[in-house]
Design a protein around this ligand. Structure first.
Ligand code: GRF
Length: 195
């Protein structure tokens, strides 16, 4: 299976995914693309020998469709079977999502359906939650709401700040996403729960 990964920033999830696709893994990373040409993850991808592409979304302003048409060029050229959104911070239009229906995954840093959207860790702290975590789901046109493919739970500890909790969740993301992708690439769809 050919996997394209979309990033917006440092790409730590992308690195974990690329590093997991070795040996008898049924998938290989064929492209890392970003909406930010300065995304740090692009350098890491190149260092790992993965093809990269960048389409700056800013010149397109509110023309979401125009940005996506430009992004689709290198993405389709890579002929991906699966698309992984990994720290990708742009909302995709239903047209783009439809094109990859059933084969586009995203990782969200909360135990969905709790805390869709942004600032998930602060919201969990404000709510006094004892647990937090991350969710891998299929991407549908409804933001952060597609069929769940996996979840990893972490404890909220006394004295946690949004940053300390984010770091603990991010470490869990780096375990969950590669495990879910491997199963997804083998055709499994029942959700995986960690630990
Ligand atoms: C992190 O907040 C992570 O929780 C979320 O996207 C952000 C950046 O992740 N999935 P990455 O390091 O770019 O993968």
């Amino acid at each position: 299976k050919r996997v394209a990964i979309l990033i917006s920033g440092g790409g730590s999830n992308m690195v974990a995914l690329v590093r997991s696709m070795t040996g008898d893994h049924p998938a290989r990373a064929v492209l890392v693309a970003s909406n930010d040409p300065e995304a740090g993850g692009l350098v890491k991808a190149r260092e790992m020998g993965v093809e990269t592409a960048a389409v700056d979304h800013r010149p397109f302003g509110r023309d979401r469709a125009g940005f996506e048409a430009a992004l689709l060029e290198p993405v389709l050229a890579a002929k991906p079977d699966i698309l992984c959104l990994a720290g990708f911070m742009r909302v995709l239009t239903p047209d783009f999502v439809q094109r990859f229906a059933g084969r586009m995954l995203n990782i969200h840093p909360s135990l969905l359906p709790k805390y869709p959207g942004l600032r998930t860790h602060q919201r969990a702290l404000d709510a006094g939650d004892a647990e937090a975590g991350c969710t891998v789901h299929e991407v549908t046109s409804e933001l952060d709401a597609g069929p769940m493919l996996g979840q990893a739970r972490v404890p909220v500890l006394p004295g946690d700040t949004a940053d300390s909790l984010a770091a603990r969740v991010l470490a869990a993301e780096h375990k969950l996403y590669p495990a879910v992708l491997r199963r997804f690439a083998q055709g499994a769809r029942e959700p995986l729960f960690l630990p």
